[in-house]
Design a protein around this ligand. Structure first.
Ligand code: NDP
Length: 446
């Protein structure tokens, strides 16, 4: 490791103990940025790297609520306001039992670079709770969301911090959160994105992350004179990102053969077509069932406790959660012919897996570039809210495609090495950094 990266990381680890995911995210960025900053000492003089790894604000709060049996339950709520140099804090809320400070700080940190890459004026933030919506009734989820927002509403606002969804926070949760914000603050504003279409939401927002990850894969393939047409893809997860990844991939002539959840993977070599996908959407979004049921319904294999990375495929779309592809998984993927990885999830590949991709010079789009379509359309939702004028589906989708092309171009600009290989990790980290760092320089030591 570069001794300057090592020194920098020793400081980060000492200041943020017991936060392995945050260390992992920072180290990946530092490895790209330290050599770049050496050539641009103005960032070093202003200690931008030290400042950018220190959240501007962290809010941590108690979320008490009453379950259907009448018992009191207590969860913990968080909002990490990481960086507002180029716009108000923007980033999702995650409701999942694994949520902790380390995970949210890693996500907020990634968000700063991702939001910058979109070219839209959005700072970075992230939040959530260790609340698990799985197995809860709608009324329990509503009571939890109301209690969560009762505290959060003091810290956010349409020009301050605009949360959105993430794992465990979809349309239903955003609705309950928005309702409570509106009631307490007595204002109807664009304080959250991912809203329903009838009350300020944007067309294409639910689709945006998955569609964006597919557009990004297509852009990467185009650099090698290839496309997604006829490609076989392994997709993990079966939530928002996974569903719309499968949809767009199918529309572009590719074939998704897997989906998963935290219990296991379904493998359908015939492909998950539009009809099967509609069934999955109903299962996951309305009935809130498990992906195992797909195997029973369509007569394919269900692999209990397994992830999808051992199946034969050309492309992988990890769309579930962080660190879901280990070094061994990455090696297996490559042995089976996979030569494109486009990350719908945030940091789904471990650092060792990333090393495997880079060494093999496959097309690897890291999450902060490949999944930026979600926050990009959230930014477009904010614009439409401010104008009080909705755009058509085509208009939003065209803008999304343009943004994904621009992100890809930025990665190529900053990530192309002397041998012509595009290291999208370096490209995304440096491309995302420059705009934020320059804004921080211009705004003085704040
Ligand atoms: P959802 O809650 O809609 O779906 C998450 C999916 O991933 C579910 O199938 C879930 O299975 C699975 N999953 C979650 N945690 C784990 C785990 N620890 N192990 C195995 N499987 C797991 O979330 P999204 O689709 O919105 O988010 C997926 C990923 O995409 C996350 O990394 C998120 O940060 C990222 N992302 C999302 C964006 C968005 O717009 N929604 C934007 C950018 C990135 P189960 O039902 O069993 O929990």
């Amino acid at each position: 490791m570069d001794p300057n990266v090592e020194k920098f990381m020793a400081r980060v680890k000492a200041r943020n103990p017991f936060e392995p995911e945050f260390h992992q995210a920072v180290q990946e960025v530092a490895e790209s940025l330290v050599p770049f900053i050496r050539e641009h000492p103005k960032y070093d003089h202003a200690r931008i790297l030290e400042r950018i790894t220190e959240p501007e604000r962290v809010v941590l709060f108690r979320v008490p609520w009453i379950n259907d049996k009448g018992d009191v339950e207590i969860n913990r709520g968080y909002r990490i306001e990481m960086n507002s140099a180029i716009g108000p804090y923007k980033g999702g809320l995650r409701f999942h039992p694994t949520v902790n400070l380390s995970i949210l700080k890693f996500l907020a940190f990634e968000q700063v670079f991702k939001n910058s890459l979109t070219t839209l004026p959005m700072g970075g933030g992230k939040g959530g709770s260790d609340f698990d919506p799985k197995g809860k009734s709608d009324n329990e989820v509503m009571r939890f969301c109301q209690s969560f927002m009762t505290e959060l509403c003091r810290h956010i606002g349409p020009n301050t911090d605009i949360p959105a969804g993430d794992i465990g926070v979809g349309g239903r949760e955003i609705g309950y959160l928005f309702g409570q914000y509106k009631r307490i603050r007595n204002e109807f504003s664009g304080v959250l994105t991912g809203k329903g279409l009838e009350w300020g939401g944007s067309l294409i927002r639910p689709e945006a992350t998955g569609y964006g990850a597919v557009y990004f894969a297509e852009e990467m393939l185009n650099t090698r004179g290839d496309s997604l047409k006829g490609k076989v893809a392994a997709v993990s997860g079966s939530g928002n990102v996974a569903q719309f990844t499968v949809q767009k991939l199918t529309q572009l002539g590719g074939k998704a053969v897997t989906l998963s959840d935290s219990n296991g993977t379904i493998y359908d070599p015939d492909g998950i077509d539009e009809e099967k996908l509609s069934w999955v959407m109903e299962l996951k979004n309305i009935k809130r069932g498990r992906i195992k049921e797909y195997a029973g319904k369509f007569g394919c294999q269900y692999l209990e406790g397994k992830r999808p990375w051992h199946v034969k495929c050309d492309v992988a779309f990890p769309s579930a959660t962080e660190n879901e592809i280990s070094k061994d998984d990455a090696e297996t993927l490559l042995e089976n012919g996979c030569h494109v990885v486009s990350e719908g999830a945030n940091m789904p590949s471990t650092p060792e897996a990333v090393e495997v991709y880079i060494r093999a010079k496959i097309l690897y789009g890291p999450g902060k570039a490949a999944n930026a379509g979600g926050v990009a359309v959230s930014g477009l939702e904010m614009t439409q809210n401010n104008m009080r004028l909705p755009w058509t589906r085509e208009e939003v989708d065209n803008r999304l495609q343009t943004i994904m092309k621009n992100i890809h171009r930025t990665c190529v600009k900053y990530g192309t090495g002397q041998d012509g290989f595009v290291n999208y990790v370096n490209g995304a980290n440096i491309g995302g950094f420059v705009k934020v760092a320059d804004a921080m320089l211009a705004q003085g030591v704040v």
